[in-house]
Write a protein that binds this ligand. Sequence first.
Ligand SMILES: C[S@@+](CC[C@H](N)C(=O)[O-])C[C@H]1O[C@@H](n2cnc3c(N)ncnc32)[C@H](O)[C@@H]1O
Length: 411
Amino acid sequence: MNDDPTILLTPPGRELLSRLAAAGAGQAGESASLALAERLRREYPAALVAAAMSQRELRRAAQAKFSRAADMLFTRAGYEQSSGEAIARYRAGRLGHAARIADLCCGIGGDLIALAGASDVLAVDRDEAHAKLARYNAAVYGRADRVRAVAADVRDVGLAGVDAVFIDPARRAGPGTASAPQARRYRAGTSEPPLDWCVARAGTVPAVCVKAAPGIPEGLVPHAWEAEFIAESRDLKEAVLWSPSLVTAPAAPGRGPRRATVIVPAGAGGATGSHTLVARAGDPVPLREPGEYLLDPNPAVTRAGLVEDLARQLGDDTAKIDPQIAFLTLDRDARTPFARTLRVEYSAPWHEKAFARRLRELDIGAVDIRRRGLAGDVDQIRRRLKLSGANRATVVITRVSDRPWGLICTA
Ligand SMILES: C[S@@+](CC[C@H](N)C(=O)[O-])C[C@H]1O[C@@H](n2cnc3c(N)ncnc32)[C@H](O)[C@@H]1O
């Protein structure tokens, strides 16, 4: 059970929170915080001061996820497990046609806030504090009238009349983690409730969406369900499983429907919004040595197995550099939300001394080394390169048609 921060909703609790908010950024730093807590403990009960101090810290951290974090309430576990606003809004958009949704395992309400933007939502969590906070946080966004929050085990809740279920189970270390293969651990329950239970809801509810870890083994994606891999910028966040009635992606050859989605939050650079990629029929993508540009696909694209589909989308002048390696190449400056584009300054079979010389000639003193498909310690390589110079570059060490290959690139 998590500590219940709703003691902060009492009049002294609210007063304390607003005093702390007023103390604001000027009080940053551990010793300033300790001194502040010391002063406040002379006026308020120690437990209330402790709850308020930890809430202040959680609210600060949560600003990265929620635009109204300063008014919300969190438990630490609830904050850490919560979905951020941008990704939750995107997922809720795919469920927006459902009039009544059940948010099973609602936590502190990260997803609930977004789901209640367009639907009535039954929110369920067996942690009483979370059920309370989910409703409270929905109210912060002016959406409480669309929410009924219940503290219960999700297995005990009737779902009659519900059009769609969203489940974000708690993740936990699976039993026998060292010995059990990944797929068996998942089945046995690396999540609570286990994945099998979540998927089985599709037997009684018309539409089911399950949030899962991005490393979910391919074999556990249920037949005819869509697996969508979602990244925020280049940070791969999750796999989302959509039951057959919610599938909108075509089947990828030899697998089921797959989708890669990249969400670019406001202020992250690039075109803000969501960009989504699905399988694209066509000829196999050709192989060739790196040309003028190298494209490093977003991890969501790689994880969804859609690298060749991205190449087809970019045009038939796009090639792979190796059958197994997820870099693409072409001779024009192609920009896509699904990959980072690098300009190739030098490309040759990898010989460390030759590359060290070339880097000196190019006056490159700082490098970001990316190694893919080859062994070797990046820090040791960096030391041996003995860099000095005014310019920056990315050094890619990889394989080209199975030969060790190096590239010096700029953004
Ligand atoms: C990953 S968190 C949910 C986060 C939420 N989607 C958000 O964005 O804030 C999982 C939640 O599932 C709850 N939970 C785990 N097993 C449960 C069960 N059997 N019944 C009800 N709630 C459960 C935990 O208490 C936890 O709050």
